[in-house]
Design a protein around this ligand. Structure first.
Ligand SMILES: O=C(O)c1ccccc1NCC(=O)[C@H](O)[C@H](O)COP(=O)(O)O
Length: 209
């Protein structure tokens, strides 16, 4: 099984195209106004319009109200939603999209969230405390037991020099990286993005290295 790569917190069409051309399977758009990576619906629409085919556009929300989510999803051509707060399963499901539930692993309980969200397409395990914003570069303990009920996407503090260890330890469905491939918040660095994706490919070809 090939490990998918999502590059999160994209704020510019050129970065979305660059990530896709480097091999990213998905890009993430942050619809959380306090974030330094926040994008408006207009910005996000331009980014999604620039994407090559077969690259997934993921919309991130953190305890947004339903009207905000509806306003964004009606304007932006998203493929998947990602909920980073204390959203209930009913809330996550009401928009008619597949979704990933993010879990803040610094104190969060992945087992109870997995039980509560049987319909989630995947669980995105991040390093921050529950309810805090993501994109903080904090990793969690990859050696701990994790629920087997869902596809796992590992996030939080991943970089070129540690993603191989995360992939070998967890064998996740995907990995997600934001701050580790940036030159500034929301600005993705071409060399870091390419090196990160190449490292994910490399460790799967040569897991013994
Ligand atoms: O990036 C943000 O500012 C953000 C704000 C609110 C919710 C989620 C947010 N980001 C999520 C991500 O970028 C990633 O899924 C994840 O947190 C990995 O970030 P990093 O540790 O920087 O690689």
């Amino acid at each position: 099984m090939r490990c998918r790569v999502k590059i999160c917190g994209v704020t510019r069409p050129e970065d979305a195209v660059m990530a896709a051309e480097a091999g990213a399977d998905a890009i993430g758009l942050v619809f959380y106004p306090p974030s330094r990576r926040h994008v408006t619906a207009d910005q996000a629409s331009r980014i999604v319009a620039s994407l090559p085919p077969m690259v997934t556009a993921v919309g991130l929300f953190l305890d947004a109200d339903a009207e905000q989510v509806r306003a964004i999803t009606s304007q932006v051509g998203l493929d998947l939603l990602q909920f980073h707060g204390a959203e209930s399963p009913a809330f996550c499901e009401r928009f008619g999209y597949r979704y990933m539930k993010a879990i803040g692993m610094a104190g969060g309980d992945p087992w109870s969230i997995a039980r509560d969200h049987p319909g989630a397409a995947g669980l995105l395990l991040d390093g921050h405390p529950p309810g805090a914003a993501g994109g903080s570069g904090e990793a969690f303990d990859w050696g701990q037991p994790l629920p087997a009920s869902h596809r796992i996407i590992v996030a939080g503090g991943l970089r070129v020099d540690n993603v191989a260890e995360a992939v070998k330890t967890i064998r996740p469905w995907g990995v997600d990286c934001s701050s580790g491939v940036e030159s500034a918040p929301g600005i993705k660095d071409r060399r870091l993005v390419a090196a990160f994706i190449e490292e994910v490919y490399r460790v799967q070809r040569y897991p013994g290295d």
